[in-house]
Design a protein around this ligand. Structure first.
Ligand SMILES: [Zn+2]
Ligand SMILES: [Zn+2]
Ligand SMILES: [Zn+2]
Length: 282
């Protein structure tokens, strides 16, 4: 499995327009954060033995899954050299996670069928309301060519299958709203959360790697602070944890030094362009 962290910034991105704080002026590339987004490639080696097509090289990509398409998605796709998207999973419908949906068009051009887009029931209704033109082939739509997408409903805890690989959608709380995290075998991704229900905590055991919301040091009503994230990371007990959805109040190097001295665990801030390679069965 190859995980590409396309963006690690909170909704404003970092630097923040008009801000001249030290992090916004920093020359450390890891302090430049596009809006939070992730790309996961499932490889043949990740599939259960019986599900691997015979003779397939172990690193062959069997499914390319995009999580969220925020306002920076087009640039992120170009920067990371993405060549394929088989499905999009939406965590929720805040603008910093969906506003780049139109830029899925480039992936439509190299594909002869619509791209399936997965969302929870409330998110799906909102996507249909705000971006209805993406989910219809109405001849009345004039100008440009909208993305060609189909909307698929996600039910929490009901696994999704991509090329035989199981992805488990897990509810987490983002303030008072329930949004989705996703587990991919040894890896899980939980952005935009401020609490994790016990049933989801139980479903997060035994991870190799976790990416978790960790906005800033100060508390926030809808996001984990970095200390809260570290506490949850310790409880979840993944071998390695990266924080994401990070604000301009966090200097990458200083935060990581703080984690090293405060926590007896491998916890650090993620950064744009980070690639994580894991070998693991569903
Ligand atoms: Zn967000
Ligand atoms: Zn700033
Ligand atoms: Zn959000």
């Amino acid at each position: 499995m190859r995980i590409t962290v396309l963006g690690t910034g909170t909704s404003t991105g970092v630097p923040v327009p008009c801000c001249s704080c030290p992090v916004c002026r920093s020359t450390d590339k890891r302090n430049r954060r596009l809006r939070t987004s992730l790309h996961v490639e499932i490889q043949a080696q990740d599939l259960a033995a019986g599900a691997q097509p015979p003779g397939t090289p172990e690193h062959e990509v069997c499914a390319a899954i995009q999580i969220d398409t925020g306002p920076d998605f087009r640039f992120q796709a170009l920067r990371a050299g993405l060549r394929r998207i088989d499905a999009v999973l939406y965590t929720h419908t805040h603008a910093d996670h969906i506003a780049g949906i139109d830029d899925l068009r480039g992936f439509n051009f190299i594909r002869n069928e619509p791209i399936p887009v997965y969302a929870g029931a409330e998110s799906a209704a909102e996507l249909r309301q705000r971006f209805g033109y993406c989910f219809t082939t109405s001849p009345d739509y004039e100008g440009g060519s909208p993305p060609d997408l189909t909307l698929q409903l996600i039910e929490p805890f009901r696994p999704l299958l991509f090329a035989g690989f199981e992805v488990l959608p897990l509810p987490v709380m983002h303030g008072s709203a329930q949004v989705l995290a996703f587990r991919f075998g040894p890896f899980a991704y939980a952005t935009d959360c401020s609490a994790i229900p016990e049933q989801t905590m139980a479903a997060l055991s035994g991870l190799e790697c976790l990416i978790l919301d960790g906005l800033r040091e100060r508390e926030h009503p809808t996001h984990f602070s970095q200390s809260e994230a570290a506490e949850f990371a310790m409880r979840i007990g993944a071998k390695q944890t990266f924080l994401t959805h990070i604000s301009h109040e966090v200097d990458h190097e200083r935060a990581n030094n703080g984690f090293r001295s405060a926590w007896q665990a491998d916890i650090q801030c993620a950064y744009d362009g980070l690639v994580i390679e894991l070998a693991g069965r569903a």
